[in-house]
Design a protein around this ligand. Structure first.
Ligand code: CO
Ligand code: ZN
Length: 336
């Protein structure tokens, strides 16, 4: 599974530019599903039919699982006469974590991010910063234009049982869905594994895919911050303590039936878990749960340090707990 994670996090795919990630995931899941399609906005929808008829109900429960393919990035807004590029953010990019980073554009041109001279470091904002793509020597066309998008350029590396990389948010969720498909032998539910686009811009892919699928139950798999680093913002979630089951974030109160489904599955299978209350932020489950007349929804969260930086860090034990939890939930008949 580590190699699956590596392949996914190292791929280029800022919001709106998910094609390469989608091709990789398509190659991983096609053989394991009854059908795979890409919808109008670019979501990848992998469907696996229920392995037996439902008991006491007309049709199997339709479960939508969602993980987003996109990552944060930057977009060129202006190029000056010397070739320095001003940029804006694609998704939330913190100026302090972007400073001094290496980025890569869709055409594989590298760039580095630096800043104007400032009186005070706390005045650092993205509009005081620029990308240097090495342009300057005559005839050195970078091939980068206004509107082009770059992502952080960073390889994954291991720190003991922990993995650190850019784009763990949310390729780790994509990897968990792929691994669940690999391990899941049978499910009495109709399963829609949805790899969504543009979550970092407001969960836009989840809006349209949930409307199209019209699921009975929604479960998103995404990262959540931890409170276990020196003087961190308060959060009860820690790295290494298992899968996090969401209670609430800014866009969702997890449906009690889905929350209980996840908690009781974790308890019965002896899977380590922790409860998560996130004060700011959301996931694809936000728009899923308000689709049409409402869809009972919840979230399995992967505890992650340093979210939205090039060194997002997860614990392999937590990742394994998330896969086991999802596998356990899906292998039983779900009725919510
Ligand atoms: Co994010
Ligand atoms: Zn995310």
């Amino acid at each position: 599974m580590k190699e699956t994670i590596r392949t996914l996090v190292e791929a280029y795919g800022p919001s709106g530019n998910e094609e390469r990630v989608r091709e990789i995931i398509m190659g991983m899941v096609r053989e394991m599903c009854d059908s795979v399609r890409v919808d109008t906005l670019g979501n990848l929808i992998a469907f696996r039919r229920a392995s037996r008829p439902a008991t006491g109900r007309p049709a199997p429960t339709k479960i939508m699982l969602a993980a987003h393919m996109d990552e944060i990035g930057i977009i060129v807004t202006h190029i000056d006469e010397k070739g320095f590029m001003r940029f804006s953010n694609v998704g939330y990019v913190d100026p302090f974590t972007a400073l001094g980073q290496r980025v890569v554009f869709g055409n594989e041109r590298a760039g580095v991010i630096w800043m104007e001279k400032l009186e005070k470091m706390k005045d650092l904002r993205l509009d005081k910063m620029f990308v240097d793509v090495g342009q300057g020597a005559a005839g050195d066309g970078s091939g980068v234009s206004v509107g082009d998008v770059a992502a952080f350029d960073r390889k994954m590396t291991e720190m003991g049982n922990r993995l650190t990389a850019k784009a763990m948010d949310d390729r780790i969720g994509c990897a968990i869905l792929v691994e669940t498909l690999r391990r899941l032998r049978e499910s009495p539910n109709d399963l829609y594994f949805v790899f969504t686009v543009q979550e970092e811009l407001g969960a836009r892919g989840a809006v349209t895919s949930a409307f199209g699928i019209c699921p009975d139950v929604g479960i998103a798999v995404d990262v959540t911050p931890t409170g276990d680093t020196p003087k961190a913002a308060i959060s009860d979630v820690s790295l290494g303590k298992g899968a996090a089951i969401k209670v609430k974030d800014s866009y969702l109160v997890a449906h009690p039936a889905v929350r209980n489904l996840l908690v009781s599955a974790a308890e019965s299978a002896g899977i380590p878990f922790q409860m998560e209350v996130l004060e700011r932020g959301g996931t694809d489950a936000g728009p899923i749960h308000t689709t049409r007349e409402g869809v009972p929804s919840g979230v399995i969260s992967v505890p992650t340090r340093y979210i939205h930086t090039p060194c997002e860090t997860v614990d392999l034990g937590d990742v394994e707990a998330c896969v086991r939890l999802l596998e356990k939930v899906l292998s039983n008949e779900v009725s919510v």
